[in-house]
Write a protein that binds this ligand. Sequence first.
Ligand SMILES: O=C(O)c1cccc(C(=O)CC[C@H]2O[C@@H](n3cnc4c(=O)[nH]cnc43)[C@H](O)[C@@H]2O)c1
Ligand SMILES: [Zn+2]
Length: 354
Amino acid sequence: MTDHDQRAAAGVRDPHAFIAGLPKAELHVHHVGSASPRIVSQLAARHPDSQVPTDPEALADFFTFTDFAHFIKVYLSVVDLIRTPEDVRLLTYEIARDMARQQIRYAELTITPFSSTRRGIDARAFMDAIEDARKSAEAEFGTVLRWCFDIPGEAGLESAEETVRLATDDRLRPEGLVSFGLGGPEIGVPRPQFKPYFDRAIAAGLRSVPHAGETTGPETVWDALNHLRAERIGHGTSSAQDPGLLAHLAEQRIALEVCPTSNIATRAVRTLDEHPVKEFVRAGVLVTINSDDPPMFGTDLNSEYAVAARLLDLDEWGLADLAKNAVEASFLDPAGKAALAAEIDTYTSGWLAP
Ligand SMILES: O=C(O)c1cccc(C(=O)CC[C@H]2O[C@@H](n3cnc4c(=O)[nH]cnc43)[C@H](O)[C@@H]2O)c1
Ligand SMILES: [Zn+2]
């Protein structure tokens, strides 16, 4: 009996092994938020004065959040661990190693360069560090990385100006940069004020991918669409409250970057069973599954696919379709999209072959 026959005979539909080998793309994952305990320990060893614990149990406690504001406070203490271009390079390269272990073939990594340049890292050295890590990671692990530079909105328009400068100055702009985002808290940070910065980024050829509707209502998603010309929405959780918005997202093929465990960890959604991902799918919205800040939320992309399989009752082809949604919504070129979609199909057919 093959593995597949044994599983079928037992009536078992545990998707974990299938997901572990499924080639995947990730579209919503943060740079600093991807620092695993292993990476945090390495950085903390370099900077022993830091507030971040290195012991795994203490770190798990440290990464338990009371709300979104608390999450950002903790996030910034990890930002404080990244002090030199070599820290930036190490973090980026090690993230790619962790991605490759999960069969992530392509990732658009959200980076907040303002947080590093304002802490004194030279902009040129920062760009060289991420690009060096990107090239090494692709050569050594086979994972293709691309960058989304995001404005930390709560840090004000000064941060928007600096981010768009770093993203559009021909002498600085890194080769791997494909998109422009907006992160951090949404409450008290209206999206429309960032329109001029998104206009400049879009004019320079970058794609628009702001966070919206993670911690505020559907009007923030409309603002992201109307003012920031969003092509995908980071989270978009509250879109479920507005049927007209869901219809618009579905019709325009504007993907939602859904991050289920993140929404529970930051208390944006009460329980996984209450997560609106089912409503998105029912409305025909292009849903992609992502991990956001995986070690901080005790998850990884494979676990998020397992959550989606349960919430959406997906079989192997359903999971393959989910993986292909991410390919479709990515900023890969058409040949890259076709190749990754074909790899997903080949893997799935092989897995299900008798
Ligand atoms: O770096 C600073 O000095 C600074 C000053 C004021 C405010 C900020 C931020 O708000 C940084 C927020 C930071 O959070 C990142 N992030 C990670 N996960 C999420 C998420 O789920 N939703 C929104 N933002 C998230 C984001 O990329 C920003 O860099 C910084
Ligand atoms: Zn995010």
